[in-house]
Design a binder for this molecule. Sequence first.
Ligand code: GLY
Length: 362
Amino acid sequence: MEQTIQVGLGERSYPIAIGTGIIAQTGASLQAANMANRCAVISDDRVAALYSGQVMASLRQAGLDAELLVFPHGEASKQLATIGELASRLADLGFDRGDGLIALGGGVVGDITGFLASVYLRGVPFVQIPTSLLAQVDSSVGGKTGVDIPQGKNLIGTFYQPRAVFIDTDVLHTLPRDEFLGGMAEVIKYGASMDSDFFSWLGQHRQAILALDPTVIIPMIRRCCEMKAKVVEQDEREGGLRRILNFGHTIGHAVEAASGYQLIHGFAVAIGMQAVADLAVRCGVADPTVAVRIGELLRAYELPTAIPPDHDLATLRAFLRTDKKTRGGRLFFVLPEQIGSVRITDQVEEADVDAVLGGQRA
Ligand code: GLY
């Protein structure tokens, strides 16, 4: 069972293959794409323990020379030191511009590998094999790469597109449940901000989605990737439209940072989506039913919608101000107008933001 869509970016266009049993075909797919003579599979210790065996076997079966480079799992690895270490290992192995990288893992692995691919020898090809739902529906597609610095997450990075994305839905069976639910927040984001039919479909197919039934999971991921591809094709470098993908993320990032990054990213985004829905109602941009429907769907997927009680207003405000999506000191919000359509605006009164941040407690 496999479906393929295309991200159309001229000569940098690339396919996204979505289905079951995709990982076992990695070698054959790379060989068909004639991407590289030699590959380095880059992964973290957790994902490598589960899936690197299959990937390496498939590469070797296809006659490709492959190395495995592993770093410790978690956001703490997403720093320049890891990039330096991996680059040194590639150089020691004699990797040149004819060779390629394979990101095998979740968002952290994808961001690190993409960044490394964009700077090693001033750029080598890479492919994404995302193994978390969040990476499958969002971070592996669209070419954002990056690492963190003490001042904030993803403050150093590049736009650098992969040559292909291979999404194997079988891997979701080993994903911790909370990570899956966190990924569902990003899935709901697409419906709430861009596609009301998809939003309703998510409500109707809840049981099958939570049971990881491939007959619904594959079309669900496909629809998200189609929407993301369409946005990226029109605004690759986030000059305007791509901001729509940050629906729920401005307040979500502040909540995530205020939790000391203890809160799962998708949970913070869920709280952020509810908060902007409430903000839209407060500003007269949306009817109250919009906020009610968004909250109901988030809770149906066991996602939180209220700001944790220990996050005080001053802390949230401070983190909001450091959001990297500010321009000229102004904060942009993506406000829902209806289910499936949004308004991107920097015209929101601080008092309304404060009311939403201060009024929403668990
Ligand atoms: N995750 C948001 C973006 O790729 O633009």
